[in-house]
Design a protein around this ligand. Structure first.
Ligand code: UDP
Ligand code: MN
Length: 326
């Protein structure tokens, strides 16, 4: 009996020691994880981090357009200059999922968007933290919408809704995905709280999407003013800070999409057939898409996106009849 109880006591202490040891190792690994933010280029993934996505899982987790919460960053000075083009073109195909974030109330816009206009109350300057304030609002609204994906775009972007859905369906929204296009290949370095940190980010002007799971990981960095604080600590605007949080603080690689385009890319170089398969396009000054046989002259279509829209959707009522035959 005495022997038996001795065996029980000693095996219990072995188990207890094992539990304690694994707890310590776990804790150590946790700590190691937190203190080892990626610092080298290879850890940043200049290439897509697309994981192998088993077909049946992809089928089960397939999303539709309604699973996306699309936010468009705009401001008062663009309400009458940039938004009319949006309302005339791609917006009609995704208006239920599209929300405009701006700095000034506009009744006409509220009516036009059926209430999808959010006036943030952030300042109107172009200061980094003001832009972050706006993106923080976009994130909060997305987060509360409980949708599976959040996509952010500028008001000089054009999006192809069905291609966006198709692109996002290559990734599992239940895993952390940060999807977009960097505007430059190299990594810049910046001081953050007295530490030199690398910055690698998807540029806001090319469209940025994150999965629900990614947004969950970002909560401590985004909610309750955390995002604006990080922008201030980094002295960087919204997209840069957002990328810093995703790739550096959380260590999630950027899933790079070459069919997300900002006006930092040379848009004129993309052949017309290839243009039709781009998810996001943009325009800026003389940098516009180059179409063979454009529907409208440049004087009537400075962004070239009206002509582009007619190539894409020739049945649109304001597109000339002959473009319907093409
Ligand atoms: N923007 C803003 N507040 C401003 C100026 C610009 O929210 O005071 C938005 C604008 O609506 C657009 C984005 O920031 O969605 C980028 O602005 P823009 O295209 O004028 O500049 P870029 O950074 O592309 O050169
Ligand atoms: Mn722009």
């Amino acid at each position: 009996m005495k022997f038996l109880s001795k065996v029980v006591v000693s095996s219990m202490s072995v188990i207890a020691m094992y539990l304690l040891a694994s707890l310590l190792v776990d804790n150590w690994q946790q700590r190691k994880k937190i203190s080892s933010f990626p610092t080298t280029k290879s850890q940043y993934g200049t290439f897509s981090s697309t994981k192998i996505y088993p077909i049946e899982l992809a089928e089960r987790n397939k999303i539709s357009q309604d699973d996306i919460y699309l936010t468009i960053k705009t401001c008062e000075k663009n309400h009458k200059t940039r938004l009319p083009l949006i309302f005339k073109t791609w917006w009609t195909g995704i208006k239920q999922q599209a929300y405009f974030f701006t700095d000034t109330d506009d009744e006409a816009l509220t009516n036009q968007t059926d209430g999808h206009l959010i006036v943030t109350g952030c300042g109107k300057t172009h200061a980094p933290f003001e832009l972050c304030c706006k993106m923080g609002y976009e994130y909060d609204y997305y987060y509360d919408s409980k949708k599976k994906w959040w996509c952010h775009m500028d008001d000089d972007n054009y999006v192809n809704p069905s291609l966006l859905v198709k692109a996002l369906n290559q990734y599992n929204w239940k895993e952390p995905f940060y999807v977009g296009r960097p505007s430059r290949e190299g990594i810049q370095y910046r001081q953050y709280k007295g530490q030199k940190v690398p910055l690698y980010f998807a540029t806001g002007g090319a469209g940025i999407c994150i999965s629900r799971n990614m947004s969950e990981l970002m909560v401590p960095w985004m909610r309750n003013g955390s995002f604006v604080q990080t922008c201030k600590d980094l002295s960087m605007p919204d997209d840069v800070t957002f990328g810093f949080i995703a790739t550096n603080r959380l260590g999630i690689k950027l899933t790079r999409r070459n069919d997300f385009n900002s006006h930092m890319q040379n848009l004129a170089k993309v052949p017309t057939e290839e243009l039709l398969s781009q998810v996001f396009l943009s325009y800026g000054g003389a940098n516009v898409v180059n179409l063979t046989d454009p529907t409208f002259p440049l004087t009537e279509d400075h962004s070239r996106l009206l002509s582009y829209h007619c190539k894409k959707y020739p049945e649109t009522e304001w597109c000339p009849k002959e473009s319907k035959l093409r």
